[in-house]
Structures are given as C-alpha cells and as structure tokens.
Design a protein around this ligand. Structure first.
Ligand code: C5P
Length: 314
C-alpha cells in the first residue's frame, strides 16, 4: 500500500482514451498438484502468451461503466462480478481513489475456452486504469494487485513465457530464447467451466482413473531453450487434458484431426475445451488451421504465434 505522502501527491493521468491490447494464454506445461485447504490446486505451469488479442479502451467518466462487443457479447454479464470491473475497483482501492472510468471491451478471445480470456480482460483493465488515472504502478506492483482477481491475471500483466506456481499467481519470466513458436488455436462451439474441469480431475484421481501427472517442467523448459519445434512438441503436457476429454469426449476428434493434418503435437489448452497445435512455422500453421476448419471438428481455428507481450497500452 502507498503511504500518505504518495496518496496525497496529485498525479497527472491521461485525458483518454487509453487503449490496451492483451493476449490470450496457453499452458505449455500444466502440473496440477493436490487441492489446498482454500480449494485451489497447487500448480506448476508454464504460461505462454499468444497473438490472439482482446482490446480494452478507457475514457474519463463520472461513473464506472463497461460496454462490450465481439466474443461473448450478450452472454457475459456486465455486472459487478465482471472481471474487468472487479479489476478497476481493485486498483482504485489499492491506490485509494474513486473508480471512475468508461470502459469498452472488444473481445476476440473466446469465453470459457481455457485461454484465460476473462483474466486477460482484468489485466487489461489494470493497465488501462493505471494509465488513465496516472497511478503509475510498475508492472510488478500491478501483478500484486492482479493476484486477488484471478490466478492467471498476474501472468497476463507480464506476458511472454513464464513459470507459474502457487495457484498460478506467482509468476517468474522464463528466459526467452528469442524464438517465435507457431501454433493453431482450435476453438470449440461450447465452453467449459474451469472449476468443473478441476473437479473432474479430482474425481478421476479419486477413482485411480487419471494418468500419471506431467510432473516437473524441466524437460519443457529445456525444450524451450532449443529452437526445434519437434523437441518442444515432445515436451508439452497438461494434467487437465484427461479431465477435459472426460467431460467432452468429442475433443478426441479435434486432437485426431490436428494430428492427421500434420501438427507436431496437440494438447488441450488449460482447462479446455480449446485445443492448441504446434506447427513447424507460420505457413505450416496457416495450412493446419485450414485443414482443422475443413475437418468440422472445431468452431474455428486460427494460426497464432508466441511468446508476445502482456497487457500493453497501444
Ligand atoms: O483463480 P481463478 O478464479 O481464475 O480460478 C477459477 C477456478 O478454477 C477456481 O475457483 C478453482 O475452482 C479452479 N482453480 C483451481 N486451482 C487453481 C486455479 C484455479 O482449482 N490453481
């Protein structure tokens, strides 16, 4: 928290509008440990930000309001539970000011898809309001405010490729090799609720029906330092995959279609139902995306690359 002197000092914010672009995330490695007393699972994950973006604009206003267009419009509630509004309020509380802003969200990241779209929007709101209000918290301090909003929010403030621990909210950057990886993001028609997928994993484990955990991320981290997509392909892993497949058996078809189309690897992204496929290069990703769409095994498929920056003013 800020001391009184900091609090009193008038600061100049932006006249607005401030526009912030924020990426989706995939998990290259997701180890799910036991349930903690607080109901969350202990995670060791490698987050990777990819070039599929939402955009949030913030203007001065005499109230806090949110409007939206694109993916999930009409389906997402714009009430107090909305992660964007919760993020704006959390930053206002933290910096001891009134949460006054007119926010508009343009969504491309599908909702309930395992791509952390809602967390991305919360990260965008933190960065946008920080600029609009002139509160000028650094990225690290914004990541601290982000922790209480959702487990993936600190990563989306940071972006790139990062190791996530705790419930996912403790993030540290993974040394970048400067290499860009090419992926196809295949989105399903209907979303999956994250808590439901975690519960399904607990059930599978309780029944002894879950496969061995992916364990420590060492192999994946070593693979990232090489520039060979075939090596990375062999190292991808996600403990939530079998739970997502158990709830949505039709995802087997999507994974098979990617495999048949020549993807180097395919995994469920986070809690799903989005599947991500690794390609050798940008052209391969284009071709894969077309074949996946033609297969009819997903709602849409698009080529993306990563790592990309986290929430940034544009
Ligand atoms: O942190 P966040 O609100 O995004 O998490 C959504 C839900 O996902 C949690 O309520 C919990 O059910 C599940 N979760 C979990 N363990 C984690 C992260 C999320 O069980 N580490």
């Amino acid at each position: 928290p800020l001391d009184e002197e900091e609090y009193e000092r008038p600061r100049l914010g932006s006249a607005g509008p401030v526009r912030v672009r924020v990426p989706a995330k995939i998990n290259l490695h997701l180890h799910v440990g036991p349930v903690r007393p607080d109901g969350y699972h202990e995670l060791v994950t490698v987050y990777h930000a990819v070039s599929l973006y939402d955009e949030l604009s913030a203007r001065r206003g005499d109230r806090l309001t949110l409007t939206m267009e694109g993916e999930g419009a009409g389906e997402l509630t714009l009430d107090d539970d909305n992660l964007v509004l919760r993020a704006a309020r959390a930053l206002a509380r933290y910096t001891r000011r009134q949460p006054l802003a007119r926010l508009h969200l343009r969504k491309q990241i599908p909702v309930a898809a395992g791509l952390a779209g809602g967390s991305a929007d919360a990260a965008a709101a933190l960065v946008a309001c920080d600029a609009l209000w002139g509160t000028n918290l650094g990225r690290d301090e914004l990541a601290v405010v982000a922790r209480d909003i959702g487990s993936d929010v600190p990563f989306l403030v940071l972006g790139g490729t990062a190791l996530g621990t705790g419930r996912g909210e403790q993030v540290s950057p993974v040394l970048a090799s400067g290499h860009s990886w090419h992926w196809v993001v295949a989105v399903a028609g209907v979303g999956l609720s994250t808590p439901t997928v975690y519960r399904e994993l607990d059930h599978l484990r309780g029944d002894g029906a879950a496969p061995a955990s992916v364990g420590a991320p060492d192999t994946l981290l070593a693979a990232l330092r090489q520039r060979d997509p075939a090596v990375l392909a062999a190292a991808l892993g996600n403990d939530l995959q079998d739970a997502a497949l158990s709830l949505r058996p039709e995802l087997h078809r999507t994974l098979d279609a990617g495999h048949d189309a020549g993807a180097l690897a395919g995994i469920v992204s986070g809690s799903g139902p989005t599947c991500v496929f690794l390609a050798t290069d940008a052209r391969h990703a284009e071709a894969l995306a077309k074949e996946l769409v033609d297969s009819g095994s997903c709602r849409s498929a698009q080529p993306v690359h990563g790592p990309v920056a986290g929430a940034r003013v544009v």
